[in-house]
Design a protein around this ligand. Structure first.
Ligand code: PQ2
Ligand code: NAD
Length: 211
């Protein structure tokens, strides 16, 4: 069976500088999901035309907007580049320029020209889940994202915080702490879940205060 060999990492997008090339529908979609997940991301956009809603979004998230066609000079200082123009030759040029400079590049909706894919992302406080279908079905990534947004309760972040505080109260050496932490969280693992209840039921039932 085919297998997803991509390696997810959680980027500190406030330390890195992303460049989005293009200002149309796809650019807006990428900016929407990027800022939804990482409202503090450092982003620059370059395009001769921007959609009105893109300008509003860019203003809200302090995105720098440059009204111009793509030039390789705009790559300077950028770590991650996303090409979304409607001119395939420009997108391929961006890809080639980025590869020559060892910059991570994504030509949106064009898997062969991607060093990385954007994924479906669920954020609940400190907890974040990224979903990838290996570029095979973005619609499935979206549906899974919606599913997890629904079933994972908002207060999972409180539970993480409580566990973090509880850990500090455990006496003993590292191994004992690991043991205790594993014991207390064991109902989270699938084998310990009662059939048909599911992870959502577990979280809803459990009082975070008890942890
Ligand atoms: C997750 C998400 C994040 C984001 O966009 O940031 C994302 N696409 C989303 C939605 C979406 N995009 C498209 C549809 C209509 C689907 C359809 O038409 O079948 C829908 C669904 C919808 O809108 O309902 C069009 C599309 N997208 C790609 C192709 C090309 C191809 O598949 O070959 C085509 C067909 C173009 C054409 O027909 O020409 C490719 C990519 N899209 C990816 C990410 C990467 C793979 C992620 C993964 O591994 O699953 C990858 C490889 C590259 C990339 O762009 O990074 C976001 C959902 C966010 C959310 O809701 O949470
Ligand atoms: N809209 C979709 O849902 C969708 C889905 C799949 C694939 N696509 C493909 O993705 C591409 C982009 O789609 P879109 O809907 O965002 O198109 P769009 O026409 O809305 O936007 C294209 C943007 O690219 C900019 N642009 C053009 N030349 C440029 C250059 N030299 N430098 C910088 N920016 C430049 C334009 O000013 C515009 O802002 C198209 O090739 C389209 O076929 C779109």
């Amino acid at each position: 069976m085919e297998r997803n060999n991509l390696y997810p990492i959680f980027l500190k997008t406030s330390n890195l500088h992303a460049l989005i090339i293009g200002g149309g529908n796809v650019a807006e979609e990428k900016l929407t999901f990027l800022t939804k997940s990482s409202p503090d991301a450092r982003v620059t956009m370059v395009s001769p035309m921007f959609r009105k809603a893109t300008v509003d979004l860019a203003t809200k998230y302090q995105v720098e907007m440059i009204t111009d066609v793509y030039k390789d000079t705009y790559l300077k200082g950028k770590h991650i580049v996303i090409a979304t123009t409607d001119v395939p030759e420009v997108n391929v040029q961006v890809y080639t320029d980025c590869r020559a400079l060892d910059k991570l590049v994504n030509v949106a909706d064009n898997p062969p020209y991607c060093d990385f894919y954007m994924g479906g992302i669920v954020t609940k406080g400190n907890v974040k889940i990224a979903i990838s279908t290996n570029g095979k079905s973005p619609t499935t990534a979206k549906r899974l994202r919606q599913f997890f947004e629904e079933v994972i309760p908002e207060d999972i972040s409180k539970m993480v915080q409580n566990l973090n505080e509880y850990r500090k109260t455990i006496k003993g050496d590292f191994e004992e702490k690991v043991d205790k932490m594993n014991q207390i969280t064991s109902p989270l693992a699938p084998r310990s879940l009662a059939p048909k209840k599911g992870i959502g039921a577990f979280f809803r039932k459990r009082k975070v205060k008890e942890v």
